[in-house]
Design a protein around this ligand. Structure first.
Ligand code: AKG
Length: 329
């Protein structure tokens, strides 16, 4: 599949978002679903053996996920096995886990995603480690206090605000991949079109977790908010300054997506305790990381370095000065 057309690029430049349908094919989606089915089965067996949950009766991933979720007090018990990054906690457990499976690596290095990324950022492509799996059960199945954007609604923010200031000039592109249809009802992305240039908006430090920074609702131009619905296998591109969020999932099924980020090689990622890698390079093809095991090992090594205190997580301070602003109260 070729990259973006000139019209699509122009639209992206103007609006700060672009919906592209049918980017992943059914084999791509099936590989990821199979990986997640396997994880779900493995984790469920362990949780049942330990008496944490009752055996699951659901057949599909979605049914089993919702059923397991409803029985857990702590979402991380299950979620940490499904997320594709480490939790942004100051104190990371040495046993913290995540999914670094081959299907996720296949997604990060998918040639159609890279063709599209290349249209925007050029042929020297680095996979930025700010990446997440979001598997959102019906909001009715969530505990009232659940605010984590991996499973609950996502507060307003710009992606340029979630990284360290060292990456302020980095040309990061967010590629949001729909694993299920994303609709208004199940909490698709919503965004404020940029209309060309826009700067960083004020963000407040997160209330429960410092890392969950947010733009207060009252400074979002609500009249201009639009939903970004897209079918399973489609993607949404976001400019790093585009204000976006996602509302509650009011359906009775899951809303599942991955958000990945790409940037030109050599620019700071803004989260350098986590590992990125060269995903495509015309200038130095030998530098491309194509071995899944090597990539996975980068993440486990990062976990060990952070958990042992060899490196600090070092995140989240950049918006703390706004905590006394009335708008952040
Ligand atoms: O999927 C979501 O709910 C939020 C995704 C997001 O904020 C992002 O991709 O930056």
């Amino acid at each position: 599949m070729p990259g973006l057309t000139t019209d699509q690029l122009e639209q992206f430049g103007h609006d700060g978002y672009l919906i592209v349908e049918n980017v992943l094919d059914s084999d791509d989606l099936a590989a990821i679903r199979a990986e997640y089915d396997e994880i779900m089965d493995r984790v469920a067996v362990d949780l049942v053996d330990r008496g944490v949950i009752r055996p699951l009766s659901g057949r599909s991933f979605s049914e089993r996920y919702i059923e397991a979720f409803a029985q857990l007090d702590d979402m991380y018990t299950l979620y940490q096995h499904l997320e594709i990054s480490l939790p942004m906690l100051d104190l990371l457990e040495p046993t913290a886990t995540m999914n670094t499976g081959p299907a996720v690596f296949g997604l990060l290095t998918n040639s159609r995603l890279l063709d599209i990324a290349e249209s925007v950022i050029g042929p020297e492509i680095y996979s930025n480690p700010v990446q997440h799996a979001r598997i959102k059960p019906p909001s009715s199945a969530l505990p009232d206090a659940a605010t984590d954007a991996n499973v609950a609604k996502t507060v307003w923010h710009q992606d340029a605000a979630v990284v360290e200031p060292v990456a302020d000039e980095t040309d990061t592109l967010t590629v949001w991949v729909a694993m299920t249809d994303a609709t208004v009802d199940n909490g698709c992305l919503i965004a404020v079109p940029r209309n060309g240039y826009q700067d960083r908006t004020l963000h407040c430090p997160g209330k429960l977790f410092q890392a969950e920074i947010y733009i207060p609702d009252q400074i979002i131009d609500q009249q201009r908010v639009i939903p970004l619905e897209v079918g399973a296998g489609g993607i949404v591109l976001l400019h790093k300054l585009t204000e976006h969020a996602s509302p509650d999932n009011t359906t009775d099924d899951i809303r599942w997506s991955f958000d990945l980020r790409y940037q030109p090689i050599g620019q700071p990622t803004g989260r350098d305790v986590f590992p990125g890698f060269v995903a495509r390079s015309m200038a130095d093809p030998d530098s491309v990381l194509s071995d899944h095991q090597q990539w996975a090992q980068l993440w486990w090594d990062a976990r060990d370095r952070i958990a042992s205190g060899e490196v600090d997580m070092r995140f989240g301070g950049r918006w703390n000065h706004n905590s006394t602003q009335p708008v952040c109260a």
